[in-house]
Structures are given as structure tokens and as C-alpha cells.
Design a protein around this ligand. Structure first.
Ligand SMILES: NC(=O)c1ccc[n+]([C@@H]2O[C@H](COP(=O)([O-])OP(=O)(O)OC[C@H]3O[C@@H](n4cnc5c(N)ncnc54)[C@H](OP(=O)(O)O)[C@@H]3O)[C@@H](O)[C@H]2O)c1
Length: 270
């Protein structure tokens, strides 16, 4: 199976890095094209991918194509590639934030083309990402399974409705920044109590990583897990209550609310 990337910027390269690390796809089966030959040829050389001279040839030669250009570039790319998508039945997977499946079908000028929309987060580069996926009515179960199998090489995959993509973006796309802030706050507290910053950061990051793995591996809810580490009359419950008194949960929910509100405001403006 050949996988194409139109655009080799931040997100495409994060996905390509994850795919290369997963070692399930031969690197030369990944085809790339972007606006500048110097850019996509350099990326192809770095990861031993196959550079392709134009977008339409890439769509003709690949089985699945990820559209990894900025949303305002998508109409231009789809104009160039519409005939190739139609002739070769190539599966289109858009990474462009905020562009609906209907809008993509309208821009490519074909209502019967299988189109999927995905939203990966930056952690796909380490195969620890989470990607949301949704397909239009033309996407068969086989095609959806094929795309999900590629995305699963990059971390978790969740199928959600288009209406939930904005919420997903806040919870998965922006949240690495929130988690970095939490790790830094923990590390800073460690420094306050005498640890060196490097050591405190490593301790906090590893604690967050292990705890997240526990949540994913366990059938217990996070609340159950909180109870399991809170001994009666102990230190942890004292810390938890002090954090709650300072409004930790409200702060997190307000942060997600503000992220979603800003995204909706931007979508309205665009
Ligand atoms: N970055 C994120 O965290 C993130 C997360 C989720 C979704 N997304 C979505 O991913 C998409 C890409 O974002 P990004 O951050 O990767 O952008 P980016 O770093 O600016 O990369 C954009 C890429 O598009 C290429 N390009 C521009 N015009 C083109 C054309 N006519 N034909 C082919 N390629 C063209 C550019 O080529 P050159 O390099 O040659 O100039 C560049 O490689 C966006 O739609 C964004 O909404 C991004």
C-alpha cells in the first residue's frame, strides 16, 4: 500500500516520523509533495521517502492520500487533484482543521468520493498520539479499517462525530500544553523543596506518564485510582484537598471551555 502526503510541514512530518518508527510501512512507499521542491526533496531524503513532482501524480500513484496543508490551501490542491482522485479512486484523508466532510466534497466537486477527516495530535511523532477519525457515507468499512490501521501505528484512534472535533481538538490537540504546564508546576514545587529542576522535571514527567498508562490499562475510573493512592489520614489526601481548595478541577474545565470557545470563534471568522 502506498501512502501519500500533500504537504510536509509540522503535522505531516510528525505523522511520517511515527510511521517510520513503527516500521510497518516501507519508507519508499510513502510519497511526498509540497509547495517547494527544496522542502519536500529534503524531507524525502531525510526519511528515505519517494518525492513526487506534483500533487496530481501523487494522488494517481498513492492508495491513500493525507491532505496536510493549511485549510486555505486545500481548495487549490483539490482543484489540481480532483480528476486524479476520481480516476484512481484514491482515498482522501484530510488533516485540515475545521474543514468539514461536506466542504471537502464540495471543493473536490464529487459527492461520491470516499473522504475521511482526521485530527491527530503532535504526539503521533512518538507513536503516543491520539487521532480522531470520521468518514463520509462513501467510505466502506474496509477503507475505514485500512486508514485506522495506519493511524493505530501512531498511537490511539477514536471514531467520533464531526460535531465533536472541536472538543477533541481541545482535549487532545491543546492539552499537551496543559499537561506540560502541570508537569512544570509539579517540578517547580520540587525545586521549592530543594530538588534540582532537571531531576524534579524528570520525576514529574515520569509520574504523569505512568499514571496515564495506569488509566489506559485499568478498568477502574480515574476517581477509583485516586482513592487507591489516598490512604486514610495520609499525605496524598491532604495534598488533593489543598489542590481542590485552590480550584484545580474548575481551572482545568475553564481552560478547556476557553479553548473550545476560541476555536469556535476562529471557525466563525474563517
Ligand atoms: N500542527 C498541528 O499541530 C496540527 C494539528 C492538527 C491538524 N493540523 C492541520 O494540519 C495541516 C497542516 O498543518 P501544519 O502545521 O503541518 O502546516 P505547515 O507546517 O505550515 O505545513 C504546510 C505544508 O503545506 C505545504 N503546501 C503549501 N501549499 C501547497 C501546495 N499548493 N501543494 C502542496 N503542498 C503545499 C507546505 O509546503 P512547503 O513546506 O514546501 O512550503 C508545507 O509543507 C493544517 O490544515 C492544520 O489545520 C495541524
Amino acid at each position: 500500500m502506498k501512502i501519500g502526503f500533500i504537504g510536509v510541514g509540522n503535522m505531516a512530518q510528525a505523522m511520517i516520523k511515527g510511521l517510520i518508527k513503527a516500521q510497518k510501512i516501507t519508507s519508499t512507499d510513502i510519497l511526498v509533495h509540497s509547495a517547494h521542491a527544496t522542502t519536500y526533496e529534503a524531507v524525502a531524503k531525510e526519511y528515505q521517502l519517494t518525492p513526487v513532482a506534483d500533487n496530481a501524480t501523487l494522488v494517481a500513484e498513492a492508495d491513500i492520500v493525507f491532505l496536510a496543508v493549511k485549510p486555505y490551501i486545500v481548495p487549490q490542491v483539490l482543484e489540481e487533484t480532483a480528476a486524479a482522485f476520481k480516476a484512481h479512486k484514491t482515498v482522501m484523508v484530510s488533516v485540515a482543521a475545521g474543514l468539514s466532510l461536506d466542504k471537502l466534497a464540495e471543493q473536490v466537486g464529487q459527492s461520491d468520493l470516499p473522504i475521511l477527516r482526521i485530527m491527530p495530535n503532535v504526539n503521533v511523532a512518538n507513536q503516543a498520539g491520539i487521532t480522531a477519525v470520521v468518514g463520509n457515507s462513501q467510505v466502506t468499512e474496509d477503507r475505514l479499517t485500512a486508514v485506522k490501521a495506519i493511524l493505530a501505528q501512531l498511537g490511539g484512534v477514536v471514531e467520533i462525530g464531526e460535531k465533536d472535533f472541536t472538543t477533541f481538538s481541545a482535549l487532545a490537540g491543546s492539552s499537551p500544553a496543559f499537561v506540560y504546564l502541570f508537569i512544570d508546576a509539579m517540578a517547580r514545587a520540587g525545586v521549592k523543596h530543594g530538588l534540582k529542576k532537571d531531576a524534579a522535571t524528570e520525576i514529574a514527567a515520569q509520574a504523569v506518564l505512568g499514571s496515564a498508562q495506569n488509566v489506559l490499562m485499568s478498568d477502574d475510573s480515574p476517581w477509583d485510582l485516586v482513592d487507591q493512592v489516598s490512604s486514610p489520614g495520609g499525605t496524598t489526601v491532604a495534598g488533593l484537598l489543598a489542590m481542590e481548595e485552590a480550584g484545580l478541577m474548575t481551572a482545568v474545565v475553564k481552560g478547556i471551555d476557553a479553548t473550545i470557545a476560541k476555536d469556535l470563534e476562529n471557525q466563525e471568522r474563517d
